[in-house]
Design a protein around this ligand. Structure first.
Ligand SMILES: [Zn+2]
Length: 497
């Protein structure tokens, strides 16, 4: 590897020529060291690739340095680093960092990414999984909602908030724990729960949105008590009945299904938000047509897609290539455990499998990584705060073991909880090996995870002060076996359409 590094250095310094005198693109040579799967790569130190991750902590100071193979501000630095100030923000990134007294976490063999932003969850419904995907497919969500569990092929329910508040709280926090352990650092759809990762609906503390404005999610912007879908475009009365706070980022579910009723919804909500100037993002948009995609572009509305849940329920997802071609900002989210993915990385892999098998590879892994990170931030107005590990942003970070792999795509294809070494929120350790306790700046309320999932002793911070982790893990309504998230979720249901 050192010889290759020298070769790269020489090529960077002097350029080179192919035997037929055609210049070789430097990037094609760098990709032999590590393939950014669409991200430009800069090699700072090639000895950081081709080996399993091995993190060493040293030094002291109020700042922190994290070294590894870092994706920062749209570029992948092999053997690069991040300097994090004591305000939790990135002070510098890249090959060379300013000299400063700092706690240093040096992780050759790791991939260091912005934490994942999951913009689509129903946190109190995300505690059980059906044994098999449903065999029936529907045209609109009202079709399956009207059926019995036996007819539908899966059950779904949430504990009653008023009658069983403890149960309701505990299943929700367990779901948040699952996402937090596996690399998500921000979530939407988590009600008012404060636990383990940023809840973008909160705007009050270290586990809240840094925007200052709560993200307003809305599952049913157009409500029908009798579960009747629209049979025509909305009239003015229907448009005026769509309620939202014009000052807040707004992410309603629209176009969930494949029929005209789902399609009409999209036009209705586009009409309703016409004069709204704060960020908007539409969840699902499975039924969107080309004219509506143009309106998304004109009105600067993002799309949040959840392919796995869409495939299971409707046998189709949003027209991803058309959305990409039109330049729509696209993010992803897991939806819920009854039909969606257990983790954000699993949702990304579902999209990647569909992309490879059915979309002719229209999306690179860097495109998909952006959908998990910076595009999600942009969708809810958090660009410049989260998502890119750019200078000035909060240090919301996930560190993955690259396991010696040589491309971003291979690392993301193969990483699950077993490969997730540590997660940071605002520069503070949120989930990490228990051997590091007391050596890094940590979130509040830390506890060892007694389960030692995937054979690792891990400490988790940011839990609710009223509920110990041990108590949380004792409740029995949450029936997902969390050892499942040690390995990637299979993706066959993402192409069996
Ligand atoms: Zn949903």
């Amino acid at each position: 590897m050192k010889r290759l590094s020298l070769l790269v250095t020489v090529l960077l310094l002097f350029g080179c020529a192919h035997p037929n005198n055609q210049p070789i693109a430097v990037s094609s040579v760098v990709s032999e060291v590590f393939d950014g799967s669409g991200y430009p790569v800069e090699v700072c130190d090639s000895s950081y690739v081709g080996k399993p991750a091995n993190c060493i902590l040293s030094g002291s100071g109020s700042s922190q340095i994290i070294r590894g193979n870092v994706i920062s501000d749209g570029k992948l630095y092999v053997g690069g680093g991040l300097l994090i100030g004591n305000d939790g923000r990135i002070k510098a990134s890249g090959c060379k960092l300013p000299q400063e007294a700092a706690v240093t976490l040096d992780c050759p063999g790791s991939l260091i990414s912005a934490g994942f932003i999951n913009l689509h969850e129903h946190i109190d419904y995300s505690f059980q999984q059906p044994p098999h995907p449903p065999t029936l497919k529907w045209k609109h969500r009202y079709e399956w909602q009207k059926l019995s569990a036996a007819e539908r092929g899966f059950d779904y329910w949430a504990p009653d908030k008023k009658k069983s508040p403890d149960e309701w709280t505990e299943v929700s926090e367990r779901a948040m724990l699952r996402h937090a352990l596996s690399g998500s650092t921000s979530i939407s759809g988590a009600k008012d729960f404060r636990a383990f990762l940023r809840n973008l609906k909160l705007n009050t503390d270290s586990l809240a949105t840094p925007y200052g404005k709560p993200v307003e999610d809305s599952t049913f912007p157009i409500w029908s008590e009798s579960k009747q879908w629209l049979t025509a475009p909305c009239d003015t009365t229907q448009i005026n009945a769509i309620k939202f706070d014009k000052d807040d980022p707004y992410i309603p579910h629209v176009g969930e299904g494949t029929n005209d009723g789902a399609r009409f919804e999209i036009g209705c909500v586009l009409d309703a938000i016409q004069s709204k100037t704060t960020p908007n993002a539409f969840i699902h948009v499975v039924a969107i047509d080309d004219a509506q995609i143009e309106r998304l572009k004109t009105q600067d509305v993002s799309a949040v897609v959840s392919p796995r849940s869409n495939f299971q329920l409707y046998g189709a997802t949003a027209p991803l290539v058309n959305l990409k071609t039109a330049g729509i900002n696209m993010a992803i989210g897991t939806d819920w455990s009854p039909s969606g993915s257990l983790t954000e990385l699993d949702e990304a892999r579902c999209l990647a499998r569909y992309n490879r098998d059915r979309l002719n590879g229209s999306f690179t892994w860097s495109d998909i990584h952006r959908m998990m990170t910076e595009n999600g931030a942009k969708a809810v107005g958090l660009q410049g705060q989260l998502g890119k590990l750019a200078v000035g942003e909060y240090a919301d970070i996930v560190i993955l073991d690259s396991a010696g792999r040589h491309s971003l795509g291979e690392v993301l294809e193969n990483s699950a909880l077993k490969e997730t070494i540590a997660v940071f929120i605002g520069g503070r350790a949120a989930s990490f090996p228990s051997a590091w306790v007391g050596k890094l700046s940590e979130l509040d309320n830390c506890s060892p995870d007694p389960r030692d999932l995937c054979g690792q002793q891990r400490t988790v911070c940011g839990g609710d002060a009223q509920r110990s982790l041990t108590k949380l893990l004792q409740q029995s309504t949450y029936t997902i076996d969390d050892t499942k998230i040690c390995v990637p979720q299979p993706t066959d249901d993402c192409v069996a359409l």
